[in-house]
Design a protein around this ligand. Structure first.
Ligand code: UD1
Length: 368
């Protein structure tokens, strides 16, 4: 076994979670490798994030691309197994809840390589969400469980995880936001409508069924009567809008935005309408009202203490919550404990204690 840490990323939401951990581990002297599975491959879904978040070039890109869940997961497993056998890492770090996360964790568990899961313990309790399956399995397979909030610890304990495995470190995605918000606001200072709703939509449950997607887009047309609607469109959603021939007049569609551009739009928004997990967290941190187009969330803390409200697919609920916001009475929230920009450092400190013999990178470089 080598004493390297190997990080696995694959899809857009992984990048902002891995970036602060890679930085903190570099500062703590860990020797590291980065593997990109290629689950997201468009430059707007991947390359631009590496540049803006200053993530090192991946050492290997598995180039797996799109496919059914089984195909994608199986292809990542087959290719990643070869990498693990060649590189023999001391620890593999996986992030969030995407197919790349569970695929890498399963390979490591079978090869008896230690796995750390960053953003462990989140549960929507909705097994119709592919990410919920990924979360349950990844946590079950992982040796170290780094959690963003107390509710995640409770979920893991209830499921029988050993308390010694669980480490409440805070929210790594917020580390990236804290670091880059000033840069985002500096880079994009103008060009925002005075008031607007920012929309993101990509969950299969919302976009893959023509009637559901049509209903949501009708709601967006309703919203557009009150506020300009800015909608950076995920590739999957764009495909569906075209396939189902859904009308988009009156809504400002654009290509997926870069991290810095999106953050600037989010920070200035009157309201964000989303089905994303990470955006529920970012808006809570920013104090921007968020209406989540889902019936449940794996991030309940954003509803309990943050600015998030679940509106499901009810047009009436969306309308009534939107009216309050437009009338100047949005839900007020606060920032959860440990969402402070230092979660990555807490992970590095914990790993130093757990693996005191991991070499400093300078030593490793000299050895190579
Ligand atoms: C994945 C994650 C989801 C995450 C989302 C963020 C899983 C199960 N889902 O969903 O949790 O919130 O990423 O974006 O891992 N496509 C492109 N270019 C790309 C990537 C995808 O055009 O670079 C298109 C393809 O048509 C593809 C579809 O988007 O089939 C879906 O991509 P996929 O990676 O399967 O899942 P996402 O919906 O992006």
């Amino acid at each position: 076994m080598s004493l390297d840490v190997l990080h696995v990323v694959g899809a857009r939401p992984n990048f902002m979670k891995a970036a602060p951990v890679i930085r903190a581990l570099a500062a703590a002297g860990f020797q590291q490798n980065l593997i990109h599975t290629g689950q997201h491959y468009d430059s707007r879904m991947s390359d631009v994030f590496f540049r803006e978040l200053e993530i090192p070039e991946p050492d290997v890109n598995l180039g797996v691309g799109s496919g059914s869940h089984a195909q994608q997961t199986a292809q990542i497993m087959a290719s990643f197994e070869t990498v693990v056998l060649e590189r023999n890492p001391g620890l593999v770090m996986v992030y969030g809840d995407v197919n790349s996360t569970v695929a890498a964790a399963l390979v490591c568990a079978k090869l008896r390589v230690q796995v750390a899961h960053v953003e462990a313990g989140l549960r929507s309790r909705d097994r119709s969400m592919p990410e919920e399956i990924n979360r349950l399995l990844t946590d079950r397979l992982s040796d170290l469980l780094f959690t963003p909030s107390e509710d995640a610890n409770e979920n893991l304990e209830r499921e029988g995880a050993n308390a010694a495995q669980i480490h409440l470190v805070g929210n790594v995605m917020i580390d990236t936001l804290v670091r880059l918000l000033p840069r985002a606001l500096e880079k994009k200072k103008t060009g925002f409508p005075e008031r607007y709703a920012l929309v993101t939509l990509h969950r299969p449950a919302n976009v893959d069924d023509p009637e559901v997607l049509r209903g949501i887009m009708n709601s967006m047309h309703e919203v557009a009567k009150d506020l300009p609607v800015v909608f950076p469109v995920h590739p999957r959603t764009r495909l569906r809008i075209q396939e189902f021939a859904i009308a988009t007049e009156g809504i400002q569609l654009c290509e997926p935005l870069s991290y810095l551009e999106f953050l600037a739009f989010e920070a200035h928004a009157t309201v964000v309408l989303t089905d994303s997990g990470g955006i529920q967290e970012e808006t809570t941190f920013l104090g921007v009202p968020c209406l989540t187009l889902r019936k449940n969330t794996e991030r309940p803390i954003t509803v309990e203490v943050g600015t998030n409200i679940l509106v499901g697919n009810s047009v009436e609920r969306l309308r009534s919550e939107l009216t309050k916001i437009v009338d100047g009475h949005p839900k007020k929230g606060s920032i959860p404990p440990l969402w402070d920009g230092h979660a990555g450092e807490r992970i590095a400190q914990r790993l130093r204690k757990t693996f005191p013999s991991f070499p400093a990178s300078a030593l490793a470089a000299a050895r190579d």
